[in-house]
Write a protein that binds this ligand. Structure first.
Ligand code: C2E
Ligand code: CA
Ligand code: CA
Ligand code: CA
Length: 278
């Protein structure tokens, strides 16, 4: 906005006002959604590349709002800013544990579930308590739960974050670094806490067959995971050739549209049975 154009100020104010109003509306819609059970978890299979078997699933949240399905990228940021992610996150953990316990009961023994965590969920310090409570409630082995965190969690090197991760890892809960390769460049954090898995970001994977640079990055991450004795998962595998190339490079697990997009729990069960009978 320029000073000699008073109208441009007005325009700017209106834009700001509108975006604030939109955010406030979304906050109140999210509160309503929490109270009225408008969330659902979808599940995307995690596949063992060498055997083409499903070994687990990542839980991904969806919001049913007025008949349409809102993707997480459109509301998680607002949930984070407003703190509502704490409540939503608790529901996600509960629901994912419940579902994973169900898989064990129907004979899908050892099938893991992965839950995405926001850095905001570590602020209050009671995350381990909530997670232990959910595991206990559904009698779920902590080793079947994987928590996906991003490198951004380690930017300020907070001791209370490491402490909470340590408490949970001691019980057998596994930690995966999501979107690996896109964030924080100092990898020191990997040596100071017990991650079990690196998830190679899909921006390196999706088009890697046509892009030597991306292949080099994928190679480097796979090598690094092996040297550090971490598991690796490639995200965003959309075709068979990419899956085969990843396997040849030493990648162990994959996720992506090639096998399945995230699907509702009943559809995921059908997928499991299909793979089990194949
Ligand atoms: P993410 O954890 O990196 O999840 C992977 C995203 O990639 C998912 O989008 C998934 O649907 C999509 N995807 C999977 N395979 C493919 C593929 O082959 N090709 C392409 N193009 N995309 C693929 P989604 O479900 O829309 O989730 C977006 C992000 O929202 C997630 O990224 C995660 O950061 C966040 N999120 C989702 N659920 C939760 C949750 O329960 N809690 C929190 N805190 N964040 C969540
Ligand atoms: Ca994830
Ligand atoms: Ca474990
Ligand atoms: Ca990811």
């Amino acid at each position: 906005a320029k000073e000699d154009e008073p109208n441009s100020y007005h325009f700017y104010d209106n834009e700001m006002e509108q975006s604030i109003v939109r955010r406030l509306n979304m906050i109140s819609d999210l509160k309503h959604a929490i109270e009225h059970d408008q969330f659902e978890l979808f599940y995307q299979p995690k596949v063992h590349l060498a055997s083409n078997t499903i070994v687990g699933a990542e839980a991904l949240i969806r919001w049913h709002k007025d008949g349409s399905l809102i993707p997480p990228n459109e509301f998680i940021p607002v949930a984070e800013e407003s703190g509502l992610i704490n409540e939503i996150g608790k529901w996600v953990i509960e629901t994912a544990c419940k579902e994973c316990a169900k898989w064990q009961k129907i004979g899908m023994k050892g099938l893991t579930v992965a839950v995405n965590l926001s850095p905001v969920q570590f602020k209050r310090g009671n995350l381990p308590t909530h997670i232990f409570r959910a595991l206990q409630k559904y009698n779920l082995d902590p080793n079947l739960l994987e928590l996906e965190i991003t490198e951004s969690l380690f930017i300020d090197n907070a001791d209370h974050v490491k402490q909470q991760i340590h408490i949970m890892a001691e019980k057998g809960i596994n930690f995966a670094i999501d979107d690996f390769g896109t964030g924080y460049s100092n990898l020191n954090y990997l040596t100071t806490f017990n991650a079990s898995t690196l998830k190679i970001d899909m921006s390196f994977v999706r088009h890697m067959l046509n892009n030597p640079q991306q292949q080099h990055i994928v190679n480097a991450i796979i090598k690094m995971s092996r040297v550090m004795d971490l598991e690796n998962v490639a995200e965003g595998v959309e075709d068979e050739q990419t899956a085969q190339e990843l396997l040849a490079k030493g990648c162990v697990y994959g996720q992506g549209y090639f096998w399945s997009p995230p699907v509702p729990s009943d559809k995921f069960l059908r997928l499991l049975k299909q793979y089990a009978n194949a």
